[in-house]
Design a protein around this ligand. Structure first.
Ligand SMILES: Nc1ncnc2c1ncn2[C@@H]1O[C@H](COP(=O)(O)OP(=O)(O)OP(=O)(O)O)[C@@H](O)[C@H]1O
Length: 391
């Protein structure tokens, strides 16, 4: 809790509406310092009010932001307000903590190597159970990484086969959040042994996607304490993970699931369409793009496309999911563009109704996904998201 917090900051006129209070930080690049704001959110009309904590004065009068939803507000989330990317670092009052603390329990999920091809379905299962994905990235664990992660099983007979399995291919780690998330996610996983799961919990994820006792599709932390440690292992608070990425940087193309689609809970649906069409997702990272980076990424469209500025604003309007997509033949970029469909979802719905943009796009800006235009740019765009941008 922020020690200097006082309800006296709040204008009497706005005090009657239900409101949530958080402490947020914004790195001011010009002054090279972190500024702290009290962030107030009124769910009644999606409005936001902000106070500069250090200077003890109003920074933003109550203003409606239709894109800000109550689900976006939790410790660790990032949100763009007038192009400032705010990081939520703490609750601002006891009301917010008691109302949101419980339903915002976090845990770690790992989609293990044999189930990565079912990632879309697994993420949809989270959505159907009101569990939100806050962070996600694909990594290739080394034997040493897996040994550290599974240290507690060192003396068990299945330890070595477990390390073999966990290092046999990429895994997808996710910080997930929801009411009673630790227990709920383990319930969705089912019993450890996939064969037992098929007998006892036939609709569980391990029953559906696991093979045996070791190869059991996915992992979930066993307690809130383990969850904290395990989340730190994959998503260190320093922001500097030592785990290896998985991008191949060959015969690949880049896809970015745009913030509006992430917010609408479409990650699982879009990944399922991609995976069902026979493409492999060979790297994945959920990222918050700063405005300057969005401008740089879309630079080529600057003087060519009238919607350039709106495209930039959309890309930094919340978390997006960057993907490296690889296909079976040498024509991945063109074939993947066909799957995405025409850039304008209205046109896509008329001409190519089964494409990603036809199914999940809203308009030319919020058209569900970005995909690389020219095959030669595929590697460059993948490099931009997985080598150049910090993630
Ligand atoms: N008896 C066993 N034989 C073979 N492998 C096992 C056995 N028990 C556990 N494992 C493997 O080790 C992993 C970790 O074991 P643990 O006892 O923590 O299971 P869990 O809590 O159900 O699974 P997880 O920790 O992966 O969510 C299991 O997910 C499974 O891959």
């Amino acid at each position: 809790m922020f020690p200097g917090y006082s309800d006296a900051y709040i204008e009497p006129s706005s005090a009657q509406d239900e409101r949530y209070s958080f402490i947020t930080e914004w790195y001011d690049p010009q002054a090279a310092l972190i500024r702290r704001y009290q962030f107030l959110y009124y769910p009644k009309d999606s409005s936001v009010e902000m106070y500069d904590i250090k200077n003890r004065r109003k920074f933003l009068s109550r203003t409606k932001f239709d894109h800000v939803k109550v689900e976006d507000l939790y410790i660790g989330s990032k949100l763009s307000i007038y192009s400032r990317q705010l990081t939520f670092v703490d609750f601002g009052d006891r009301f917010t903590e008691s109302k949101m603390g419980n339903k915002n329990e976090k845990t770690l999920a790992i989609v293990k190597p044999d189930a990565v091809s079912k990632l879309g379905t697994i993420i949809n299962c989270l959505k159907e159970n009101d569990i939100q994905v806050c962070k996600a990235k694909m990594v290739q664990l080394t034997r040493k990484d897996a040994a550290i992660f599974y240290e507690e099983h060192q003396s068990k007979p299945f330890y070595n086969p477990l390390l073999d399995y966990m290092t046999s291919g990429p895994v997808v780690a996710m910080e997930i959040m929801g009411s009673d998330a630790v227990k709920q996610w383990r319930k969705l996983l089912g019993p450890t042994d996939s064969n037992a799961a098929r007998e006892q919990e036939p609709t569980s994820l391990r029953a559906m996607f696991g093979t045996d006792n070791t190869k059991n599709a996915a992992h979930g932390s066993d307690s809130a304490t383990s969850a904290k440690r395990e989340i730190e292992f994959f998503f260190p608070s320093s922001g500097k993970s030592k785990l290896a990425g998985t991008a191949k940087y060959e015969n690949c193309t880049c896809c970015v699931i745009k913030p509006h689609a992430v917010k609408s809970g479409l990650i699982g649906d879009i990944l399922s369409v991609i995976q069902d069409a026979g493409f492999a997702v060979t790297d994945l990272s959920m990222q918050n793009i700063e405005k300057a980076n969005a401008e740089e990424f879309y630079e080529v469209y600057k003087s060519v496309v009238a919607e350039y500025q709106s495209m930039v604003n959309e890309l930094c309007n919340g978390p997006c999911v960057a993907l490296e997509i690889t296909g079976k033949d040498q024509d991945t970029a063109n074939r993947f563009r066909e799957l995405c469909g025409p850039a304008d979802p209205e046109i896509a719905r008329h001409l190519r109704p089964k494409t990603i943009r036809a199914m999940f796009g809203k308009d030319k800006i919020q058209n569900a996904v970005h995909c690389t235009d020219l095959p030669d740019d595929g590697i460059l765009e993948v490099e931009y998201f997985f080598r150049i941008l910090p993630h």
